[in-house]
Design a protein around this ligand. Structure first.
Ligand code: ZN
Length: 241
């Protein structure tokens, strides 16, 4: 009887998306001559925005390619750093801590904890923002212009993943961690009435959010934030060619 299956092989970086029985990264799929390869890849659990190139029998193909019996398809992970037209992001409702950390290092990271999926996609598309999420269903939505799956459970690991993936230009201490607005330097006299006596005595340099008015002074949160910033700068520098 003729063999009506094709081999599909996934790059190591993509295997955690696969069902446990497929984690070896190689499997045989039935060829129905109808389903495009992109659909086969997604139905095995891997979102297409995570896929770099698709190669069949040694030649690059489009996601619309239909597998034939005996084909060998190789699915590569998206290359890092992934170049973006502009480094603008929007995060889904579960990634609030990551959003604040991205803002701390100056990345444009839109976030609100009350947006449903349709609104998230609308705003991502309208602002040409990359939608960052850990929801594979969102990444499968055809209407989404560009998304990315964030790896890691801890915010440290998530930030590392985003920085390693996109290698975005950083501008620490320039953005409001609360609302994503831009900070501008303000004379101490302008903000003095808003400060606690201890802060008034200790700090001289202040900035204020142009959007929400929140006042910032460097050193307000001690060395913890310095550490996050230093580590972010190192991660991006390490990824530069
Ligand atoms: Zn603000």
């Amino acid at each position: 009887m003729a063999r009506l299956e094709a081999d599909v092989r996934f790059a190591a970086e993509l295997r955690f998306f696969l069902a446990p029985r497929h984690r070896g990264g190689q499997m045989q799929v039935a060829c129905d001559r109808v389903s495009p390869l992109g659909h086969v890849v997604e139905s095995l659990g891997v979102p297409l925005p995570e896929v770099g190139s698709l190669v069949v029998n040694g030649a690059p193909v489009m996601p619309s390619y239909r597998l034939a019996a005996g084909d060998v398809a190789e699915v590569a992970a998206v290359g890092r750093p992934q170049r973006l037209p502009s480094a603008r992001f929007i995060l889904d409702v579960h990634l609030g801590t990551l959003a604040r950390r991205m803002r701390l290092v100056g990345l444009d990271a839109a976030y609100a904890n009350d947006l449903d999926d349709d609104v998230l996609i609308e705003r991502a598309n309208a602002g040409r923002r990359v939608l960052l999420t850990q929801d594979r269903g969102l990444l499968r939505r055809r209407s989404l212009w560009l998304g990315a799956y964030v790896r890691g459970a801890r915010p440290d690991d998530q930030l590392r993943d985003v920085l390693d993936r996109f290698g975005p230009p950083l501008a620490p201490w320039t953005r409001c961690t609360a609302c994503n607005g831009l900070l501008t330097a303000v004379p101490k006299a302008d903000v003095e009435p808003l400060l606690q006596p201890g802060t008034r005595r200790t700090y001289q340099a202040f900035s204020r959010c142009a959007s929400c008015g929140r006042v910032y002074w460097h050193g307000a949160h001690g060395t913890r934030l310095d550490h996050i910033v230093d580590s972010a700068i190192r991660i991006v520098a390490a990824g530069r060619p």
